[in-house]
Design a protein around this ligand. Structure first.
Ligand SMILES: Nc1ncnc2c1ncn2[C@@H]1O[C@H](COP(=O)(O)OP(=O)(O)O)[C@@H](O)[C@H]1O
Ligand SMILES: O=C(CO)[C@@H](O)[C@H](O)COP(=O)(O)O
Length: 570
């Protein structure tokens, strides 16, 4: 190993805290992770990283758990002899929308951290006005969402201003509800951080500003106006509460690069970081994912983590209530388009676990066997109807449908004759149908953003990159390629499960090594080598099969609309 500067990227997601260290040439030199359930499950009583209060639809994570996880992941990096003294810059990515509530003592406690005691021992008791951070899976805020959608006139208008219609998990609705439910806690809060600015705060020993991309996950930031939306702050905090809420949120950092501060002496003394090491703004896990490789327009990332997300970049701001627009995390004037599904990895796992357990060590073997053995839409012969399903074990985001499972059939040629299936089909068929259903939803909602890649081909993505835990699964890759196409193929990142941490590390490289005016894409584009970074896992577009799915896209939309009428989240 040489002696050049290193860059450390974090990913504080739902179920894990991951860390990855890269060199200036982007080569990975070390990584480590903490798995919340495995490492701290019994201590905090969490499952899949979170606690739930079903009666109110609340989902939340203990902030103390994250403090412990940060010390542990750094110990694990040390145990691997990672030369932390060479780390010049740190950045990272964190689950979006979650909020952390700092007490009035927070500034002093953060600034005075001693190296002879842990973060949890020094901060958990006194630094927070609320011990929990609402999680993105929370669905307790329908009443607040209705008011957000109404405030500017319509959901369309709210999406035009903030990039998204009102969503349960978006931080504005969460703050509004907590202010009503826990007024004393709200009054005792000096600052509110997103999970990304919370983690950056620990590193600089002071409350860090929010990031220009992650702030778009709040329903409070006026994207075109580049400022907090006064009417939405007023809705959240009441007419008299706007200045107070403004103070709690702080100013938003405009530059995705550069430094928000030097590393706190806690980390230099305890882990051997250099006192010269600087912290770049941390961002959301989805914005960081688009930084894990040089992404071009028409390229798509499908992130198969706990949530499933579909990401594209575009210079054109075209918001709509059914999806999200965020500021690009590094490039002003560019945007990230996102679809987010709650019923991603955990829903697929539920279905997998209904199937008989496979003999070998691959828990997904049976699921994959059936997903691949079932033909598209389970059309075995010309007279067969196409099978479509929705598998929502949790209330879904898009469409806003409550938990439930629905199975429909329609004519394969044109989607006509849509009706509820007369009887449930075998669970083996569900293995393919759930992945098809997730991919059909992405195809339906992204069709306006793609165009023909040329040669008379139908509109579709150019490349599809798979990241997140599920990117390891070849059957899922195949079905995604069948439904979404991808004329240049489907690829997985070699560090598939670590993509957002890697995006965080690349962000730190750019933040501290950029020349005057050099964009992220210019810098990373020069250093990134495709070989060793990605692997082609499927051909993507298949003439005929792609059209088969196109034939039923209208029926899929109609199925969602019918179900929405009877099972809308309330
Ligand atoms: N071989 C596999 N096939 C399908 N899904 C997988 C596979 N391995 C892991 N997963 C899924 O990946 C999910 C975790 O993804 P990851 O990106 O690590 O999570 P996080 O959302 O915490 O960032 C798990 O819920 C699991 O269902
Ligand atoms: O809510 C969203 C995006 O809007 C989620 O994508 C979260 O950002 C959590 O992601 P993972 O834990 O699945 O990585």
């Amino acid at each position: 190993m040489g002696d050049g500067p290193l860059y450390l990227g974090f990913d504080l997601s739902t179920q894990q805290l991951k860390a990855i260290v890269v060199q200036s040439d982007l080569q990975v030199v070390s990584d480590a992770k903490v798995d919340f359930d495995l490492d701290f499950g019994s201590k905090y009583g969490i499952k899949k990283g979170v606690l739930v209060n079903d009666a109110e639809g609340e989902v939340f994570a203990p902030v103390a758990l994250w403090l412990e996880a940060l010390d542990l992941v750094l110990q694990r990096l040390q145990a691997k002899n990672t030369p932390l003294h060479r780390v010049r810059g740190v950045s990272g990515s964190c689950q979006q929308h979650g909020s952390v509530y700092w007490s009035r003592e927070a500034g002093e406690l953060l600034g005075g951290l001693r190296a002879d005691a842990s973060l949890v021992d020094q901060l958990a008791e006194g630094a927070f006005s609320h011990p929990y951070a609402p999680n993105w899976q929370d669905h307790s805020t329908q009443a607040e969402c209705d008011q957000f959608d109404a405030k500017l006139g319509s959901a369309e208008r709210l999406a035009a201003v903030t990039g998204s219609a009102a969503h349960h998990r978006f931080t504005g609705t969460q703050i509004m509800r907590l202010r009503r439910k826990l007024p004393d806690m709200y009054a005792a809060t000096s600052r509110i951080s997103l999970v990304s600015s919370f983690l950056a705060s620990l590193f600089i020993g002071a409350v860090a500003p929010m990031d220009i991309s992650d702030v778009c996950g709040m329903n409070l930031w006026d994207i075109a106006g580049n400022k907090w939306s006064e009417p939405l702050l007023e809705l959240t905090a009441g007419a008299d509460g706007v200045p107070e809420l403004h103070r709690k949120l702080g100013e938003v950092r405009q530059d995705g690069g550069g430094s928000v501060g030097r590393i706190s002496s806690y980390f230099t003394a305890r882990y051997g970081f250099s006192p010269e090491c600087e912290i770049a703004p941390f961002t959301g896990d989805n914005p960081a994912t688009i930084l894990a490789l040089p992404l071009r327009p028409l390229d798509v990332i499908v992130s198969l983590g706990t949530s499933t997300t579909f990401l594209m970049i575009t210079p054109i701001y075209k918001p709509d209530p059914s999806y999200h627009f965020f500021n690009h995390p590094t490039t002003p004037g560019h945007y990230m388009f996102m679809l987010c599904y709650k019923n991603g990895g955990l829903a697929r796992e539920k279905l997998r676990d209904v199937l008989p357990k496979p003999d070998g060590s691959d828990a997904w073997a049976n699921f994959n066997k059936h997903a691949l053995a079932t033909p598209p839409l389970d059309i075995q012969s010309a007279s067969d109807k196409a099978k479509l399903g929705l598998y929502f074990y949790l209330p879904e985001i898009v469409p806003n449908i409550s938990a439930g499972t629905w199975r429909y059939t329609c004519n394969a040629a044109d989607g006509s004759g849509l009706e509820e299936a007369k009887e449930a089909w075998p669970v083996e068929t569900d293995a393919r149908a759930i992945v098809e259903s997730q991919a059909l939803s992405m195809r339906l909602r992204s069709q306006k953003l793609v165009h023909s890649p040329g040669n008379g081909l139908p509109a579709q993505p150019r490349r599809i990159y798979l990241v997140g835990g599920g990117s390891l699964n070849p059957a899922i890759a195949r079905v995604i390629g069948d439904v979404l196409g991808g004329v240049d193929g489907v690829y997985k990142l070699d560090v598939g499960g670590n993509a957002c941490a890697l995006g965080g590390a690349y962000k730190a490289v750019w933040a501290f090594e950029r020349a005057e005016g050099e964009t992220f894409d210019e810098l990373i584009g020069k250093r990134w080598k495709e070989e060793g970074a990605i692997q082609k896992v499927d051909d993507g577009y298949r003439d005929g099969i792609f059209q088969q799915y196109g034939n039923v896209l209208g029926a899929f939309e109609e199925m969602e609309e019918r179900i929405l009428k009877v099972a809308k989240n309330t």
